[in-house]
Write a protein that binds this ligand. Structure first.
Ligand SMILES: [Zn+2]
Length: 251
């Protein structure tokens, strides 16, 4: 009987550790970085995209489609996830969901925003402050300056320049050429720290930066339209390091 009680207690303790759906580890979960991955609002090559995350060592993820599952972006998510990787381009979430999302960022969850996510939440001015940039879909005024709609071009070969070779995300990497979409005439917040640039005339110079919002570390990476970009050997390195840095695991 005593043994059974002990087993029951052990079982309850284990259940408590694994109740978030991830495997048990020394610090309450597996030790892997737990990613909440958003998508929706823009088509993409789903199979190779998710395969890239499947292959990423030390990372486990749950993908949610916005806006349907936008209620997941609330302060309680900070208990279950270390980083939100945003690949959605939804026009909007509700004002209540926006408020809950900001409250989550105040808790300090990491943010990695990818590619077309810069055009998401188009009418929510706060979102450009969260990620430090905005792809302009409709003419608007930011800080007294008028911005016309941004442009884009598919299938470009262009140089990615390591603007900050000392940053943990880019350390040791060399300039490289990528085959990807370019963006032009977007808004970049003046206070971001640019770590990746380009000299491509079809693209504004800033293509990767770090910033912060609330207590969250934020990394924006413009690259990543499709498998032609994701298969560049530098892409998964930048993505994984960005996730680790946003989680506070890469110093
Ligand atoms: Zn794209």
């Amino acid at each position: 009987m005593r043994q059974r009680v002990a087993l029951l207690i052990a079982g309850l303790v284990m259940w408590g550790f694994t109740g978030n759906g991830f495997a048990e580890g020394t610090d309450g979960h597996s030790g892997k970085i737990r990613v909440l991955l958003t998508y929706g609002g823009h088509g993409f090559e789903e199979k190779p995209f998710f395969e890239m995350f499947d292959k990423m060592e030390g990372i486990e993820y749950k993908a949610i489609k916005l806006p349907d599952q936008a209620d997941m972006l609330n302060p309680a998510a900070a208990e279950q996830f270390d980083v939100i990787v945003m690949y959605d381009m939804v026009p909007r979430i509700t004002p209540q969901q926006q408020e809950a999302f900001v409250a989550l960022l105040k808790k300090g969850i990491g943010v990695v925003s990818l590619h077309h996510n810069m055009g998401a939440h188009r009418d929510w001015d706060e979102f450009r402050k969260i990620i430090g940039g905005k792809f302009i879909l409709q003419e608007c005024v930011i800080d007294g300056q008028t911005y016309k709609p941004s442009g884009w071009a598919h299938g470009q070969d262009y140089k990615v320049i390591i603007a900050d070779p000392e940053h943990p995300i880019t350390r040791g990497l060399k300039d490289f050429v990528i085959h990807d979409e370019t963006y032009k005439d977007y808004y970049t917040a003046p206070n971001v720290h640019v770590i990746l640039k380009t000299d491509c005339p079809n693209n504004d110079p800033e293509i990767g930066w770090v910033t912060s919002y609330g207590n969250s570390r934020v990394f924006y990476l413009m690259l990543g339209h499709d498998h032609l970009a994701w298969s560049n050997p530098n892409y998964p390195i930048l993505l994984k390091r960005g996730i680790e840095w946003a989680a506070g695991r890469l110093k």
